[in-house]
Design a protein. Structure first.
Length: 357
């Protein structure tokens, strides 16, 4: 097993599954949490390790340490394991996805940006999704005739705020997720609803349809729904725990109990809400994005730069969304046919977004 992003929440949960089912871990890739990485190395004794910062390689308690983006790709080439979990965050996960597929490895993907950016160049049939929403759709699909796919959103930090108050909300405000603790980027993406646009686009590539939508479900117990041709709708409910999709992604068979079953009598009221553009202005590009999926590369680049500027206090929350939308519209009608084209486009979008005042 090769785990990219081992110190993040997905990576930690993947190692929990490896520990429980005695799965050998050949390689670990992490960012800057060297302390946790060294604990993982001590327990799982991987043959290869990679980190993002070459200057910190001496801090890693391993014999073979790769570093930076090139090091991750080299690690994938030398490792023998066929199974790869890609839980890296953002654009950094794209090239490892491409490399893993080129090497014919079995890819379990939590890095949604890979498909958001380059879905047109990736064979999604060779990918097992780890996102709870896409796992729910896969779990429910079961070869029946489908009319519509629906995923759910928590609504993020500003779900229950007055809209007027959101305009000047700060970066720290946006990090206060109402349901759980996650990494900073995905928490901001949840507040803006960019994360759900990413997941819709991911679902488009995974399930080959644009008849996809999303709704807010405050309790995060309903992860996905499928509306079938016969008029019925089936929902996937489970506790908020990523170990279930991870187990299905990396195990050949799942027969053990992975999660504690839900106690239906203890569930709070399931409350679905519409995702309104007045509260989530980014939602206005949903249909355009699904019908022009290569624009995901623009959205991702603009989003990462805008979040960075927002985190430095350059502007308020709604201004961050406006900057993303300006960049998105400035690069309408783009096209690309190779990874090299994507790298060039990504650079151009980032430069443009940094200059918007």
């Amino acid at each position: 097993m090769i785990i990219l992003g081992s110190t993040g929440s997905i990576g930690v949960n993947t190692l929990n599954i490896c520990r429980r089912f005695n799965i050998e871990v050949e390689a670990l890739v992490a960012g800057n949490n060297i302390e946790l990485l060294n604990k993982q190395i001590k327990e799982f004794n991987p043959k290869y390790v990679a980190i993002s910062d070459c200057k910190r390689a001496k801090e890693v308690n391993a014999k073979r340490v790769f570093c930076a983006d090139e090091g991750i790709l080299e690690l994938l080439e030398v490792a023998n394991s066929k199974k790869v979990v890609n839980a890296l965050v953002g654009y950094a996960g794209l090239m490892p996805t491409i490399k893993a597929l080129e090497l014919n490895k079995e890819l379990s993907l939590a890095n949604k940006e890979s498909l958001v950016i380059a879905g047109s160049l990736i064979d999604a049939s060779k990918i097992v999704p780890i996102d709870s929403e896409h796992f729910g759709l896969w779990y429910l699909k079961n070869n029946r005739s489908i009319n519509k796919l629906i995923i759910t959103a928590s609504g993020g930090a500003f779900r229950d705020w007055d809209i007027e108050d959101i305009k000047d909300a700060t970066y720290q405000d946006a990090l206060k997720h109402p349901n759980w603790s996650m990494g900073s980027k995905i928490t901001i993406d949840s507040a803006s609803m960019v994360n759900k646009l990413f997941e819709l686009l991911e679902a488009k590539w995974l399930f080959d349809t644009t008849n996809i939508d999303a709704v807010i479900e405050k309790n995060s117990v309903v992860h996905a729904l499928i509306e079938f041709k016969d008029g019925s709708t089936t929902a996937h409910l489970s506790d908020v725990d990523m170990k279930l999709p991870i187990a299905y992604a990396i195990l050949d068979r799942v027969e053990d109990t992975i999660l504690k079953p839900l106690d239906l009598l203890e569930l709070n009221k399931i409350d679905f809400r519409e995702i309104q553009e007045s509260r989530y202005p980014i939602w206005q590009i949903k249909e355009h994005l699904l019908n022009n999926p290569k624009m995901g590369a623009v959205l991702n680049a603009a989003n990462e730069v805008a979040i960075d500027r927002f985190s430095k206090g350059e502007f308020g929350f709604f201004k961050m969304i406006d900057i993303i939308l300006q960049s998105y519209r400035a690069f309408d009608n783009i096209n690309f046919n190779s990874i090299e084209d994507i790298v060039k486009l990504d650079r151009e979008v980032r430069d443009f977004t940094r200059k918007i005042s």
